[in-house]
Design a protein around this ligand. Sequence first.
Ligand SMILES: [Zn+2]
Length: 64
Amino acid sequence: MVKPFDKCPVCGGELVEKEVEKILRGGVDTAVIKVQAEVCLHCGERLYSEETVSRFEEIRANLR
Ligand SMILES: [Zn+2]
């Protein structure tokens, strides 16, 4: 997989790959999923791959 970013686009800080919890809300349902993300060591910005973002969309579409 090609990394979408080398450095944090917000502050230029170093990114590390981590497993993070993402909360998705749709209607009255809430889903919490664990995904891999690039997390900035400096400002905590999370960057998700396109694949992960489309997974969010899929899950969100099933929430009501
Ligand atoms: Zn940053």
